[in-house]
Design a protein around this ligand. Structure first.
Ligand code: M6R
Length: 369
């Protein structure tokens, strides 16, 4: 039940901190990750994995893209992310040391299910990250790591997304621990930061007023662009998807570095652009590059709404609006930065008088190919 909320989506966004906390619960021991459900994939098997392919659709695929960056960084295994419907029909190259990780909230998405079956037939190992106990995809997989976001009713996926990222992180951390690519100290530090995310998410939700106001004023907007880099890039894609499916507004997400390779031609006066700004403490100086992207689009008349960490003063003179998120190191930013975008999509749809739980033409679970 909606329990006093205006929509299931509003309720489910409010449950994002809990979704992360519950997905971590019972999977950390002595400060390190130990996922009991992975016992079936013994350490030798984990060490023998030489390639990971994440298959999923929609929002789950964006969670997979975030997971790719983390797993590669922590476990030093190459990771590809493939849309399930593309994977299945192009005869991908698989081997017994390929681990195919499917991500699905419902566990019933036909495209993803068919891809998992195909991977198994080809001799790959399969791991299912799923939010629905006993669903078909986990039953068809060699191992299962459930996300514990609780039932998600609104068609637009929100709390499942943050839980999916959390699950891929737990997996990546355990893989890094087993393979020795993460020292116990480094792993402990990352685990502790992951455990601090729910509280930070509660802060983000408590500060949602400004993004609500902005959405309320933008009911007539025709097009919104989203830019991000590194793990902020899939967050940009997720922000755009939410706006399309909920508010029926043309929206596109781009990797910020791609701007000068084409999309900057779209920028004209009044164009609204969300920019997910990496932390100024980022060791690869991505922050400076994204701030310079903001200057480029602002010079062409765009209206920039930046999502930036608390205390990032460098972004202030360049953006029209800054939505603040708590301090977090680079891998934990997407979990925080996505929440204002979830709120924005929902509120803009509501401002247009649309049904946020049941957008037109969409089903919660796509059980046909
Ligand atoms: O149940 P699944 O996670 O497999 O669903 C995948 C997509 O259909 C789903 O994420 C879809 O993109 C959402 N409506 C996005 O909000």
């Amino acid at each position: 039940e909606k329990g006093g909320w205006s929509s299931f989506m509003a309720k489910e966004i409010s449950e994002e901190p809990e979704a992360v906390a519950k997905t971590i619960l019972g999977r950390v021991e002595d400060g390190l990750v130990r996922i009991p459900e992975l016992a079936g994939l013994d350490d030798d098997t984990m060490r023998a994995i030489d390639r990971i392919i994440i298959i999923a659709c929609g929002t789950a695929a964006y969670a997979g893209m975030v997971g790719k960056y983390a797993i590669e960084q922590w476990a030093r295994v190459p990771v590809d992310v493939e849309l399930a419907h593309e994977f299945r029909y192009r005869e991908p190259v698989l081997s017994p040391n390929t681990l195919v990780v499917s991500i699905s909230q419902s566990g019933e998405t036909m495209d993803t299910l068919m891809a998992v079956k195909y991977a198994r037939e080809q001799g790959a190992r399969t791991l299912s990250i799923c939010n629905t106990q006993g669903a078909t995809i986990p039953r068809e997989s060699d191992a299962i790591v459930y996300t514990h976001a609780g039932p998600e009713v609104a068609v637009a996926s929100t709390k499942a997304f943050v839980a999916q990222i959390t699950a891929t992180y737990l997996f990546g951390l355990q893989l890094g621990q087993v393979r020795g690519t993460l020292t116990p100290e480094a792993a402990r530090e990352l685990v502790a930061e992951l455990q601090s995310v729910p509280e930070k998410l509660t802060d983000v939700l408590a500060n949602g007023e400004r993004i609500r106001e902005l959405a309320g004023w933008m009911a007539d907007t025709r097009s919104v662009l989203f830019l991000g880099r590194h793990v902020g890039y899939p967050v940009a894609l997720e922000g755009a998807l939410k706006l399309k499916e909920l508010a029926y507004i043309h929206a596109e997400g781009f990797a910020a570095g791609e701007l000068k390779h084409g999309p900057i031609a779209l920028i004209e006066p009044g164009q609204v652009v969300f920019v997910i700004v990496p932390s100024p403490r980022d060791e690869n100086s991505l922050h400076a590059k994204v701030v310079s992207n903001i200057q480029e689009i602002r010079a062409r008349g765009a209206r920039v709404i930046a999502i930036a960490e608390a205390g990032d003063v460098a972004v202030l003179p360049h953006a029209d609006e800054v939505i603040r998120i708590p301090l977090a190191s680079r891998f934990f930013e997407p979990l925080l930065a996505v929440v204002p975008l979830h709120i924005f999509g929902m509120e803009l749809a509501a401002a247009k008088g649309l049904d946020v739980d049941q957008p037109r033409n969409l089903a919660k679970s796509v059980t046909v190919e």
